[in-house]
Design a protein around this ligand. Structure first.
Ligand code: PAF
Length: 258
């Protein structure tokens, strides 16, 4: 049975009772999909206790409208986590995680100021700040992050090293629909037709000769392109489709093999 913790104090008591058992952790903002499910399954397989948190973190949204319309599907999320066999679900409130407002924050170094760091001001700060808080509350041996949010994964890996947090960050492959579209909570905001078109993002990233061509292909298909860039042997893009922001990335080595 999955246990749900709505406040930090009760969870911390439970955490103490679980001391000595290996613990894996999947941080989420809810609106769970097959990508999250794959993280939870791996987490369960590699640890005695699988913990999931659900918290829509206001500090990582630079646009209040984006925060407001972020999908919230709590009932379905809890049913899915029960089916997946998650042991513990931690759902703190904003007033508990930010009791004095957004008083202290983690600042990434200037090397992180590109892609998401450049186009979503405050996103990396807010995300790192909440991940630091959550890791300190959950104290897991391993934490599972998807490669779809690759820059987030890199930054969090550096964060745990810099702050000597005894958690191993485990990178997990992006889960895709048959069309190639990367699973994302934001896909829920797309109408059926737009969702079909959204698959072109993966297709453009994997077939274009380079970022310039990928951008041209995406623009011709009607996407508003924020960036197409290459880093760490991967090709990244952020686009808007009917006002919904989508990101994806692929390994350049894999692209060349296709
Ligand atoms: O990837 C997400 O869902 C969020 O950025 C995270 C890691 C749960 C922090 O709020």
């Amino acid at each position: 049975m999955t246990r749900v913790w709505n406040n930090v104090a009760d969870w911390l008591d439970r955490r103490n009772a679980l001391a000595g058992r290996s613990m894996g952790y999947v941080p989420t903002m809810g609106a769970l999909h097959r990508g999250h499910a794959s993280l939870v399954e791996r987490c369960r397989g590699e640890n005695e206790i699988a913990v999931v948190s659900i918290f829509v973190n206001p500090s990582q949204f630079n646009d209040p409208k984006d925060l407001e319309r972020y999908p919230r599907t709590l009932h379905d999320d809890l049913a899915l986590l029960e089916r997946l066999g998650a042991d513990e679900v931690v759902m703190p409130s904003a007033s508990e995680l930010y009791p004095h407002g957004y008083r202290f924050r983690v600042e990434p170094d200037s090397k992180a100021q590109f892609m998401e760091g450049a186009y979503r001001p405050g996103f990396l700060q807010g995300m790192m700040t909440v991940v630091l808080k959550l890791l300190n509350i959950v104290r897991p041996d391993r934490a599972y992050f998807g490669e779809k949010d690759y820059q987030q994964l890199k930054v969090v890996t550096d964060l745990v090293q810099e702050f000597f947090i005894p958690t191993r960050i485990i990178a997990c492959p992006t889960v895709r629909e048959e069309s190639g579209l990367a699973e994302s909570s934001r896909n829920m905001l797309l109408a059926a037709e737009a969702k079909e078109k959204a698959a072109c993002l993966f297709w453009a990233l994997t077939t274009a000769a380079g970022p310039v061509e990928a951008r041209a292909v995406l623009e011709a298909k009607g996407f508003v392109v924020e960036y197409v860039e290459e880093h760490w042997g991967r090709r990244f893009a952020a686009v808007f489709l009917e006002g919904v922001r989508l990101i994806d990335n692929v390994s350049i080595l894999e692209v060349k093999r296709l």
